[in-house]
Write a protein that binds this ligand. Sequence first.
Ligand SMILES: Nc1ncnc2c1ncn2[C@@H]1O[C@H](COP(=O)(O)OP(=O)(O)OP(=O)(O)O)[C@@H](O)[C@H]1O
Ligand SMILES: [Mg+2]
Length: 581
Amino acid sequence: MTRRWGLQATMTATYVAVTAGVVLLTELVIFGVAALSPPTPLTRQAVQGLAQATAQGMTAKLDNVIGKLGTPKATQLDGDLTTGGGQVAAGQARPDGNGGVVIPRLTTAECDVASASFAVVVSRAGLVLASSYPACFPRGSHGSDAQQGVPRKVLSSFVRWAIQGGGQAPLPSGNVVWATAPITAGPGADQVKGAPSGAPSPTATGGAAGSGGATAVAMLYLEVPATAPGIGGVTVSPGLVRTGMVLLAAAIPVGLAFGLLSTRRLTRRLGRLAALTQQVGDGDFGLRVPVHGHDEVSRLEENFNRMAGQLQAWLDATRQLGAANARHEERTRIARELHDSISQELFSLNVLAGGLRRALPAKSPVLPQVEIMERTAGDTMREMRSLLLALRPVALEEADLPRALDGVCQAYRDRLGIPVRAEVDLAGLEADGLPPAVEHAMLRVTQEAVGNAARHADPARITVRLRGDRGQAVLEISDDGRGFDVAAPRHEEAGGLGLHTMRDRVAELGGLLTVQSAPGEGTTIRARFPLREAIVTGEAAVGEGVAGGGAAGSGVAGGGVAGSGVAGGGVAGQSITEEAR
Ligand SMILES: Nc1ncnc2c1ncn2[C@@H]1O[C@H](COP(=O)(O)OP(=O)(O)OP(=O)(O)O)[C@@H](O)[C@H]1O
Ligand SMILES: [Mg+2]
């Protein structure tokens, strides 16, 4: 659970970081472009607007000063007649970036003809009370001649126009825009010295100075050149920066929600896989995980299912083999017991009965019974011998499988006088030999198949082959005799058991037996046994020979030990299917 959350947390954090990073990058690009883009010159109207905004801002400050001081000294006003800071090039206004223009303090000794940015406070009488350009507008004057009368004209108009206003004026030195704004004091405040007594008190009608009922005690006049450069395509104002910060902050919950939602399904699937893997690790191989979609995780799910199937198949095969080995061992034990006890007793009984028969006179009335006793003992002994043979082939008791197979061939060679050969190649087989149950089954299949060839085929040659092939042990008995139609039902009616018995024997060990034959074309009996390592590594493909062959494939589980499904199938039909390939 901790790990699942760990993955989800990591992926979500990545989403948040990526989203925030993208927003930040976008903002930086926008700001960068804004900063680097060349400024567009402002229109005259724009400069006018900036000038008026500056005038209003300035008078608001001056109102406060006058409100606090009552009748301020003119010098006390000087400090509030600058904005923005820094110098401005002559003939060009400079926006201050906060919606106004820069009004510098011009301390030159002489009044320059060129248009400049400056602010002046004048009394009602038109006298300069304070100015940011003392050389042109000395305190107590009506303005300097150097301005060729234009300021004076405006200043002298002040009494009549004691209202907020503005306009443009073509001066010889260049076009300028100007703005005026009344400076007020609260009711009862003294009027600025120099105001004509008895003159009606004009009342501000708007702008920053227009606090209700306030009296205009002076007028601010502000003038700037009409041309001004812009400050870039986009103004990086505090508002824009604030918006950027809000967007950045919003990106975090968005990334968080997106990350949580998009990783939820993936982490659930991985969690389910992890839980099932643990259960498989605990030995429960029957579990399967549902496969969703076609992504990498679905491949993981498919592989998990395949792995669980292989493990299940391996487990089944191991159990089958274990059971077969156990059966085989039990048979061997019983055979040994019978041989060592009852067989010996029967032999003694037979010898005693023979001795008794020979000792009795020919005319003895019990002689017939003794003869019956001797015969019965002999018959029972032979029965017992064949039973012991069925339980445990003598050949394997005395020799290993290759030699046992050779022994069978030798016996038939002697009996039939035809070449019966054994070709054994153990290279591809298990290092520590085949399981005893497999060896037993191989010997029995060889005996039956060679016997069938001898009895039914009239062959010129019989060959027994044993080899390893892709994780399987393959036993093949082929003859070049008359062959038979494996599909014909007559064999079952005839009551032959050999083929069925062989098939059952092989299937019992997880293998597959196939019969390849046709009239006139000889016969090949092929038994494939899966080897243990092959089951584990998934190499065994016992069923591949009959995979397309109807009933034979029914026992196939992911290409593992397929042969188990063969036991229930018909003997001949499957062989035909295989051989048709
Ligand atoms: N190698 C072969 N060549 C020709 N015909 C064969 C061969 N093997 C089997 N047959 C045919 O298949 C039939 C069935 O064989 P199967 O071994 O099952 O029975 P059987 O040999 O007749 O009797 P049983 O094996 O029970 O003693 C045989 O009767 C024979 O007709
Ligand atoms: Mg037979």
